[in-house]
Design a protein around this ligand. Structure first.
Ligand code: GDP
Length: 426
Protein backbone atom coordinates (compact mmCIF):
# COMPACT_ATOMS: atom_id res chain seq x y z
CA UNK A 1 0.00 0.00 0.00
CA UNK A 2 1.64 3.22 -1.16
CA UNK A 3 0.77 6.63 0.32
CA UNK A 4 2.17 9.94 -0.95
CA UNK A 5 2.51 13.09 1.13
CA UNK A 6 2.86 16.32 -0.81
CA UNK A 7 2.27 20.08 -0.52
CA UNK A 8 -0.69 21.97 -2.00
CA UNK A 9 0.93 25.40 -2.12
CA UNK A 10 4.34 27.07 -2.09
CA UNK A 11 6.06 24.70 0.36
CA UNK A 12 6.40 25.14 4.16
CA UNK A 13 2.82 23.88 4.60
CA UNK A 14 3.91 21.96 7.70
CA UNK A 15 4.64 18.74 5.80
CA UNK A 16 7.49 17.96 8.22
CA UNK A 17 5.19 17.21 11.12
CA UNK A 18 2.60 15.24 9.10
CA UNK A 19 5.35 13.29 7.31
CA UNK A 20 6.91 12.38 10.63
CA UNK A 21 3.53 11.14 11.81
CA UNK A 22 2.86 9.06 8.68
CA UNK A 23 6.49 7.84 8.49
CA UNK A 24 6.21 6.31 11.95
CA UNK A 25 3.34 4.17 10.59
CA UNK A 26 5.33 3.01 7.50
CA UNK A 27 7.78 0.23 6.63
CA UNK A 28 9.55 2.16 3.88
CA UNK A 29 9.95 5.92 3.30
CA UNK A 30 11.11 7.19 -0.11
CA UNK A 31 12.34 10.56 -1.34
CA UNK A 32 11.41 10.79 -5.03
CA UNK A 33 12.36 14.32 -6.19
CA UNK A 34 14.33 17.44 -5.23
CA UNK A 35 17.62 17.36 -3.43
CA UNK A 36 19.38 18.90 -0.48
CA UNK A 37 17.70 22.24 -1.19
CA UNK A 38 14.92 21.81 1.36
CA UNK A 39 15.18 20.92 4.97
CA UNK A 40 13.32 19.52 7.87
CA UNK A 41 14.15 19.36 11.52
CA UNK A 42 13.35 16.24 13.52
CA UNK A 43 13.49 16.38 17.28
CA UNK A 44 13.31 13.10 19.21
CA UNK A 45 14.87 11.25 22.15
CA UNK A 46 18.22 11.01 20.34
CA UNK A 47 18.54 14.75 19.77
CA UNK A 48 17.90 17.36 17.11
CA UNK A 49 18.51 16.47 13.45
CA UNK A 50 18.69 19.08 10.70
CA UNK A 51 18.13 16.92 7.61
CA UNK A 52 18.16 18.02 3.99
CA UNK A 53 18.57 14.92 1.91
CA UNK A 54 17.53 12.08 4.19
CA UNK A 55 14.03 10.59 4.07
CA UNK A 56 11.95 11.26 7.20
CA UNK A 57 12.13 7.68 8.46
CA UNK A 58 15.90 7.74 9.21
CA UNK A 59 15.45 8.16 12.93
CA UNK A 60 13.35 4.98 13.14
CA UNK A 61 15.66 1.95 12.96
CA UNK A 62 12.88 -0.37 11.77
CA UNK A 63 12.09 1.74 8.68
CA UNK A 64 13.92 1.31 5.36
CA UNK A 65 14.71 4.70 3.80
CA UNK A 66 15.23 5.04 0.08
CA UNK A 67 16.76 7.77 -2.07
CA UNK A 68 14.81 7.26 -5.28
CA UNK A 69 16.11 7.74 -8.81
CA UNK A 70 14.30 11.10 -9.11
CA UNK A 71 16.42 12.80 -6.44
CA UNK A 72 19.46 15.04 -6.99
CA UNK A 73 22.01 13.17 -4.86
CA UNK A 74 24.82 15.21 -3.33
CA UNK A 75 27.03 12.39 -2.06
CA UNK A 76 29.15 14.52 0.30
CA UNK A 77 26.01 15.91 1.96
CA UNK A 78 24.46 12.44 2.15
CA UNK A 79 27.53 11.06 3.94
CA UNK A 80 27.66 14.07 6.28
CA UNK A 81 24.03 13.62 7.35
CA UNK A 82 24.50 9.84 7.63
CA UNK A 83 27.51 10.31 9.94
CA UNK A 84 25.65 12.84 12.10
CA UNK A 85 22.82 10.36 12.61
CA UNK A 86 25.29 7.53 13.42
CA UNK A 87 27.13 9.76 15.90
CA UNK A 88 23.89 10.20 17.84
CA UNK A 89 23.74 6.44 18.32
CA UNK A 90 21.26 5.53 15.56
CA UNK A 91 21.79 2.94 12.86
CA UNK A 92 19.58 4.03 9.94
CA UNK A 93 18.66 1.66 7.13
CA UNK A 94 19.37 3.46 3.85
CA UNK A 95 19.21 2.37 0.22
CA UNK A 96 20.16 4.49 -2.79
CA UNK A 97 18.80 3.81 -6.27
CA UNK A 98 21.46 2.63 -8.73
CA UNK A 99 19.89 5.05 -11.24
CA UNK A 100 19.90 8.20 -9.12
CA UNK A 101 21.96 11.02 -10.60
CA UNK A 102 24.75 12.75 -8.75
CA UNK A 103 25.16 16.46 -8.02
CA UNK A 104 28.63 17.25 -9.39
CA UNK A 105 30.82 19.80 -7.56
CA UNK A 106 30.50 22.13 -10.56
CA UNK A 107 26.69 22.12 -10.34
CA UNK A 108 26.96 23.98 -7.05
CA UNK A 109 29.46 26.45 -8.58
CA UNK A 110 27.33 27.04 -11.67
CA UNK A 111 24.27 27.66 -9.47
CA UNK A 112 26.20 30.38 -7.62
CA UNK A 113 27.79 31.91 -10.73
CA UNK A 114 24.48 32.07 -12.58
CA UNK A 115 22.69 33.78 -9.67
CA UNK A 116 25.57 36.29 -9.53
CA UNK A 117 25.30 36.88 -13.27
CA UNK A 118 21.52 37.45 -13.03
CA UNK A 119 21.99 39.98 -10.23
CA UNK A 120 18.63 41.58 -9.36
CA UNK A 121 16.82 39.08 -11.62
CA UNK A 122 18.10 36.04 -9.70
CA UNK A 123 15.71 33.22 -8.70
CA UNK A 124 16.76 33.22 -5.06
CA UNK A 125 18.26 29.73 -5.44
CA UNK A 126 19.50 27.89 -2.35
CA UNK A 127 22.71 27.36 -4.38
CA UNK A 128 22.67 23.61 -3.87
CA UNK A 129 23.26 23.01 -7.58
CA UNK A 130 19.70 21.87 -8.23
CA UNK A 131 18.89 23.84 -11.40
CA UNK A 132 22.23 23.07 -13.17
CA UNK A 133 21.87 19.43 -12.07
CA UNK A 134 18.42 18.96 -13.61
CA UNK A 135 19.45 20.89 -16.77
CA UNK A 136 22.28 18.43 -17.25
CA UNK A 137 20.11 15.40 -16.47
CA UNK A 138 17.74 16.27 -19.30
CA UNK A 139 20.57 17.44 -21.60
CA UNK A 140 21.88 13.88 -21.10
CA UNK A 141 25.23 14.96 -19.68
CA UNK A 142 24.43 13.96 -16.10
CA UNK A 143 26.02 11.08 -14.19
CA UNK A 144 24.00 8.20 -12.78
CA UNK A 145 25.59 6.98 -9.56
CA UNK A 146 26.54 3.63 -11.10
CA UNK A 147 28.72 5.46 -13.62
CA UNK A 148 31.10 6.38 -10.79
CA UNK A 149 32.14 2.76 -10.35
CA UNK A 150 34.15 2.29 -13.58
CA UNK A 151 37.24 4.49 -13.84
CA UNK A 152 37.86 4.21 -17.59
CA UNK A 153 34.35 5.15 -18.75
CA UNK A 154 34.05 7.81 -16.05
CA UNK A 155 37.29 9.43 -17.19
CA UNK A 156 36.16 9.50 -20.79
CA UNK A 157 32.78 11.04 -19.90
CA UNK A 158 34.26 13.64 -17.57
CA UNK A 159 36.58 14.81 -20.35
CA UNK A 160 33.67 15.05 -22.76
CA UNK A 161 31.41 16.99 -20.36
CA UNK A 162 34.19 19.34 -19.28
CA UNK A 163 34.54 20.61 -22.86
CA UNK A 164 31.12 22.21 -22.39
CA UNK A 165 31.51 23.19 -18.73
CA UNK A 166 34.92 24.81 -19.19
CA UNK A 167 33.79 26.79 -22.24
CA UNK A 168 31.01 28.29 -20.10
CA UNK A 169 33.19 28.80 -17.05
CA UNK A 170 35.90 30.66 -18.92
CA UNK A 171 33.85 32.61 -21.43
CA UNK A 172 30.54 33.31 -19.70
CA UNK A 173 31.48 33.44 -16.03
CA UNK A 174 35.19 34.42 -16.38
CA UNK A 175 36.37 31.76 -13.93
CA UNK A 176 39.20 29.20 -13.98
CA UNK A 177 38.51 25.95 -15.88
CA UNK A 178 37.99 22.66 -14.02
CA UNK A 179 40.92 20.24 -13.86
CA UNK A 180 39.77 16.88 -15.25
CA UNK A 181 42.18 14.75 -13.17
CA UNK A 182 41.11 16.39 -9.91
CA UNK A 183 37.44 15.97 -10.75
CA UNK A 184 37.98 12.31 -11.66
CA UNK A 185 39.75 11.64 -8.35
CA UNK A 186 36.96 13.35 -6.41
CA UNK A 187 34.19 11.44 -8.19
CA UNK A 188 35.95 8.08 -7.76
CA UNK A 189 36.20 8.86 -4.05
CA UNK A 190 32.51 9.82 -3.91
CA UNK A 191 31.67 6.57 -5.71
CA UNK A 192 33.64 4.61 -3.12
CA UNK A 193 31.76 6.36 -0.28
CA UNK A 194 28.26 5.78 -1.67
CA UNK A 195 28.72 2.26 -3.09
CA UNK A 196 27.65 0.36 0.07
CA UNK A 197 24.20 2.01 -0.11
CA UNK A 198 23.57 1.57 -3.83
CA UNK A 199 21.21 -1.12 -5.05
CA UNK A 200 18.44 -1.85 -7.54
CA UNK A 201 15.71 -0.17 -5.50
CA UNK A 202 13.15 -0.66 -8.30
CA UNK A 203 13.43 -4.44 -7.90
CA UNK A 204 13.40 -4.08 -4.11
CA UNK A 205 10.19 -2.01 -4.22
CA UNK A 206 8.50 -4.41 -6.62
CA UNK A 207 8.89 -7.16 -4.03
CA UNK A 208 7.98 -4.87 -1.12
CA UNK A 209 4.70 -3.91 -2.80
CA UNK A 210 3.92 -7.58 -3.48
CA UNK A 211 4.51 -8.34 0.20
CA UNK A 212 2.03 -5.60 1.18
CA UNK A 213 4.58 -3.34 2.87
CA UNK A 214 3.43 0.16 3.89
CA UNK A 215 5.32 2.61 1.73
CA UNK A 216 5.42 6.41 2.04
CA UNK A 217 6.46 8.70 -0.82
CA UNK A 218 7.73 11.95 0.64
CA UNK A 219 7.50 15.12 -1.47
CA UNK A 220 9.20 18.49 -1.07
CA UNK A 221 7.74 21.95 -1.66
CA UNK A 222 4.25 22.11 -3.22
CA UNK A 223 2.17 22.37 -6.38
CA UNK A 224 2.98 26.06 -6.97
CA UNK A 225 6.67 25.15 -7.26
CA UNK A 226 6.14 22.43 -9.87
CA UNK A 227 7.93 23.27 -13.16
CA UNK A 228 4.83 22.45 -15.25
CA UNK A 229 1.90 23.34 -13.02
CA UNK A 230 3.37 26.02 -10.78
CA UNK A 231 4.22 29.71 -11.11
CA UNK A 232 6.87 29.19 -13.80
CA UNK A 233 9.68 30.33 -13.86
CA UNK A 234 9.68 30.93 -10.07
CA UNK A 235 9.55 27.17 -9.53
CA UNK A 236 11.89 24.37 -8.57
CA UNK A 237 13.54 22.11 -11.15
CA UNK A 238 11.89 18.76 -10.43
CA UNK A 239 8.23 17.87 -10.23
CA UNK A 240 6.60 18.34 -6.83
CA UNK A 241 3.49 16.35 -7.81
CA UNK A 242 2.45 13.01 -6.34
CA UNK A 243 2.08 11.79 -9.93
CA UNK A 244 5.83 12.10 -10.34
CA UNK A 245 6.25 9.89 -7.28
CA UNK A 246 5.92 6.75 -9.36
CA UNK A 247 8.61 7.91 -11.81
CA UNK A 248 10.98 9.24 -9.17
CA UNK A 249 10.68 6.13 -7.00
CA UNK A 250 10.34 3.51 -9.74
CA UNK A 251 6.90 2.08 -8.94
CA UNK A 252 3.74 1.67 -11.06
CA UNK A 253 1.33 4.67 -10.92
CA UNK A 254 -1.67 2.56 -9.90
CA UNK A 255 0.04 1.49 -6.68
CA UNK A 256 -0.35 4.96 -5.12
CA UNK A 257 -3.61 4.48 -3.22
CA UNK A 258 -3.63 7.43 -0.89
CA UNK A 259 -2.43 11.00 -1.46
CA UNK A 260 -2.31 13.27 1.58
CA UNK A 261 -2.02 16.90 0.52
CA UNK A 262 -0.85 19.34 3.18
CA UNK A 263 -2.02 22.95 3.35
CA UNK A 264 -1.86 25.63 6.02
CA UNK A 265 -4.77 27.59 7.51
CA UNK A 266 -3.15 30.70 5.97
CA UNK A 267 -0.56 31.08 3.19
CA UNK A 268 3.18 31.65 3.09
CA UNK A 269 5.75 31.72 0.32
CA UNK A 270 9.49 32.19 0.02
CA UNK A 271 11.21 33.93 -2.85
CA UNK A 272 9.63 35.89 -5.66
CA UNK A 273 6.71 35.12 -7.93
CA UNK A 274 2.95 35.58 -7.95
CA UNK A 275 1.22 35.36 -4.57
CA UNK A 276 -2.30 36.70 -5.04
CA UNK A 277 -3.55 36.45 -1.43
CA UNK A 278 -0.39 38.09 -0.01
CA UNK A 279 -0.94 40.57 2.84
CA UNK A 280 0.49 43.84 1.60
CA UNK A 281 0.05 45.84 4.83
CA UNK A 282 3.40 45.16 6.55
CA UNK A 283 2.09 45.57 10.11
CA UNK A 284 -0.72 43.06 9.49
CA UNK A 285 1.71 40.70 7.74
CA UNK A 286 4.26 40.93 10.54
CA UNK A 287 1.70 39.96 13.17
CA UNK A 288 0.73 36.79 11.25
CA UNK A 289 4.38 36.05 10.40
CA UNK A 290 5.44 36.27 14.04
CA UNK A 291 2.54 34.13 15.25
CA UNK A 292 2.81 31.46 12.51
CA UNK A 293 4.37 28.01 12.78
CA UNK A 294 6.64 27.07 15.63
CA UNK A 295 8.92 30.11 15.84
CA UNK A 296 7.28 32.41 13.30
CA UNK A 297 7.32 32.23 9.51
CA UNK A 298 11.06 32.65 8.98
CA UNK A 299 13.24 30.42 6.78
CA UNK A 300 14.51 27.41 8.75
CA UNK A 301 18.10 27.71 7.50
CA UNK A 302 18.31 31.32 6.26
CA UNK A 303 16.14 33.13 8.85
CA UNK A 304 14.65 35.02 5.90
CA UNK A 305 11.13 36.36 6.62
CA UNK A 306 8.54 34.46 4.56
CA UNK A 307 5.84 36.34 2.66
CA UNK A 308 2.47 35.65 4.26
CA UNK A 309 -1.12 35.83 3.07
CA UNK A 310 -4.64 34.64 3.81
CA UNK A 311 -5.87 31.16 2.92
CA UNK A 312 -6.17 31.02 -0.87
CA UNK A 313 -9.10 28.81 -1.94
CA UNK A 314 -8.32 29.26 -5.65
CA UNK A 315 -4.65 28.21 -5.45
CA UNK A 316 -5.29 25.47 -2.89
CA UNK A 317 -8.21 23.88 -4.77
CA UNK A 318 -5.99 23.81 -7.87
CA UNK A 319 -3.02 22.51 -5.85
CA UNK A 320 -5.04 19.72 -4.22
CA UNK A 321 -6.69 18.70 -7.50
CA UNK A 322 -3.40 18.42 -9.39
CA UNK A 323 -1.88 16.41 -6.60
CA UNK A 324 -4.85 14.06 -6.86
CA UNK A 325 -5.51 14.44 -3.14
CA UNK A 326 -7.57 11.71 -1.49
CA UNK A 327 -7.13 13.46 1.87
CA UNK A 328 -6.12 16.92 3.04
CA UNK A 329 -4.14 17.76 6.18
CA UNK A 330 -4.80 21.31 7.40
CA UNK A 331 -2.04 22.68 9.65
CA UNK A 332 -1.56 25.74 11.84
CA UNK A 333 -5.24 26.19 12.64
CA UNK A 334 -4.19 27.32 16.14
CA UNK A 335 -2.44 30.38 14.69
CA UNK A 336 -5.52 32.31 13.53
CA UNK A 337 -7.44 32.67 16.82
CA UNK A 338 -6.07 36.18 17.45
CA UNK A 339 -8.04 37.72 14.57
CA UNK A 340 -11.42 39.47 15.04
CA UNK A 341 -12.60 38.02 11.73
CA UNK A 342 -10.74 35.72 9.37
CA UNK A 343 -10.06 36.84 5.80
CA UNK A 344 -10.10 34.15 3.11
CA UNK A 345 -9.37 34.58 -0.60
CA UNK A 346 -12.26 32.93 -2.47
CA UNK A 347 -11.71 34.19 -6.01
CA UNK A 348 -9.36 36.04 -8.33
CA UNK A 349 -10.48 39.12 -10.22
CA UNK A 350 -8.81 39.49 -13.60
CA UNK A 351 -9.66 42.71 -15.49
CA UNK A 352 -13.02 42.96 -13.71
CA UNK A 353 -13.99 39.28 -14.14
CA UNK A 354 -13.98 36.98 -11.11
CA UNK A 355 -12.69 33.43 -11.57
CA UNK A 356 -12.28 30.45 -9.24
CA UNK A 357 -9.90 28.66 -11.63
CA UNK A 358 -6.21 29.19 -11.04
CA UNK A 359 -4.90 30.86 -14.20
CA UNK A 360 -1.65 30.38 -16.10
CA UNK A 361 1.43 32.36 -14.99
CA UNK A 362 1.06 35.10 -17.62
CA UNK A 363 -2.23 36.19 -16.00
CA UNK A 364 -1.27 35.87 -12.34
CA UNK A 365 0.25 39.33 -11.97
CA UNK A 366 -3.06 40.89 -13.02
CA UNK A 367 -5.12 38.95 -10.44
CA UNK A 368 -6.60 40.72 -7.45
CA UNK A 369 -7.84 38.66 -4.49
CA UNK A 370 -11.57 38.50 -3.70
CA UNK A 371 -11.64 38.46 0.11
CA UNK A 372 -14.48 37.12 2.27
CA UNK A 373 -14.53 37.26 6.07
CA UNK A 374 -15.41 34.31 8.30
CA UNK A 375 -16.32 34.57 12.01
CA UNK A 376 -13.41 34.15 14.42
CA UNK A 377 -13.15 31.93 17.51
CA UNK A 378 -11.29 34.69 19.36
CA UNK A 379 -12.13 34.57 23.08
CA UNK A 380 -13.84 31.17 22.70
CA UNK A 381 -10.97 29.20 24.23
CA UNK A 382 -7.46 28.11 23.25
CA UNK A 383 -7.43 25.51 20.48
CA UNK A 384 -3.70 24.82 20.56
CA UNK A 385 -3.11 21.18 21.37
CA UNK A 386 -6.70 20.00 20.99
CA UNK A 387 -7.00 16.42 19.74
CA UNK A 388 -10.78 16.07 19.36
CA UNK A 389 -12.70 17.80 16.61
CA UNK A 390 -15.81 18.23 18.75
CA UNK A 391 -13.81 20.26 21.27
CA UNK A 392 -13.00 22.95 18.68
CA UNK A 393 -15.13 26.12 18.98
CA UNK A 394 -18.02 26.14 16.49
CA UNK A 395 -16.34 28.95 14.48
CA UNK A 396 -13.12 26.92 14.11
CA UNK A 397 -15.12 23.90 12.90
CA UNK A 398 -16.97 26.18 10.49
CA UNK A 399 -13.63 27.48 9.19
CA UNK A 400 -12.38 23.92 8.56
CA UNK A 401 -15.64 22.94 6.86
CA UNK A 402 -15.69 26.11 4.73
CA UNK A 403 -12.20 25.28 3.43
CA UNK A 404 -13.16 21.64 2.92
CA UNK A 405 -16.14 22.65 0.82
CA UNK A 406 -14.07 25.12 -1.22
CA UNK A 407 -11.31 22.63 -2.05
CA UNK A 408 -13.67 19.68 -2.44
CA UNK A 409 -11.57 17.04 -0.65
CA UNK A 410 -12.01 15.63 2.86
CA UNK A 411 -9.81 17.21 5.54
CA UNK A 412 -8.84 14.11 7.51
CA UNK A 413 -6.12 15.69 9.65
CA UNK A 414 -6.22 19.04 11.45
CA UNK A 415 -2.99 20.14 13.14
CA UNK A 416 -3.42 22.32 16.23
CA UNK A 417 0.23 22.97 17.15
CA UNK A 418 3.83 22.18 16.19
CA UNK A 419 4.17 19.22 18.57
CA UNK A 420 3.50 15.73 17.24
CA UNK A 421 0.61 15.01 19.61
CA UNK A 422 -1.19 18.27 18.77
CA UNK A 423 -3.33 16.71 16.09
CA UNK A 424 -6.96 15.89 15.30
CA UNK A 425 -7.87 12.91 13.10
CA UNK A 426 -11.29 13.31 11.52
P1 GDP B 1 7.35 21.90 5.49
O1 GDP B 1 8.45 22.62 4.79
O2 GDP B 1 6.11 21.79 4.68
O3 GDP B 1 7.80 20.60 6.09
O4 GDP B 1 6.89 22.82 6.68
P2 GDP B 1 7.72 23.07 7.99
O5 GDP B 1 8.10 21.78 8.62
O6 GDP B 1 8.74 24.11 7.71
O7 GDP B 1 6.57 23.67 8.90
C1 GDP B 1 6.59 24.99 9.23
C2 GDP B 1 6.59 25.18 10.71
O8 GDP B 1 5.27 25.02 11.20
C3 GDP B 1 7.46 24.28 11.54
O9 GDP B 1 8.20 25.10 12.43
C4 GDP B 1 6.47 23.42 12.32
O10 GDP B 1 6.94 23.09 13.61
C5 GDP B 1 5.28 24.30 12.41
N1 GDP B 1 3.98 23.65 12.50
C6 GDP B 1 3.54 22.54 11.83
N2 GDP B 1 2.25 22.31 12.11
C7 GDP B 1 1.87 23.30 12.96
C8 GDP B 1 0.62 23.65 13.58
O11 GDP B 1 -0.39 23.00 13.41
N3 GDP B 1 0.62 24.76 14.36
C9 GDP B 1 1.70 25.52 14.59
N4 GDP B 1 1.60 26.59 15.37
N5 GDP B 1 2.89 25.24 14.01
C10 GDP B 1 2.96 24.16 13.20
Amino acid sequence: MVTAIVGANWGDEGKGKITDLLASESDIVIRFQGGANAGHTIINDHGRFALHLMPSGVCHENIVNIIGNGVALDIRKFIKEYNEIKEKGLNPQLLVSDRVQVVMPYHVDFDKFEEERLGGKAFGSTKSGIAPFFSDKYAKIGFQVSELFDEETLKEKINRVLEIKNALLVNLYHKDPINADELLAEMLEQGRLIKPFVTNTQAYLYEAIKEGKKILLEGQLGTMKDPDMGIYPMVTSSSTLAGYGCVGAGIPPYEIKKIVVVTKAYSSAVGGGAFVSEILDEAVAKELRDRGGDKGEYGATTGRPRRVGWFDCVATRYGVRLQGGTDVALTNLDVLGYLDKIPVCTGYEIDGVVTKDFPNPTLLDRCKPVIEYLPSWKGKGEIRGLTEYDKLPKEAQDYVEFIEKEIGVHISIVSTGPVREEIIRR
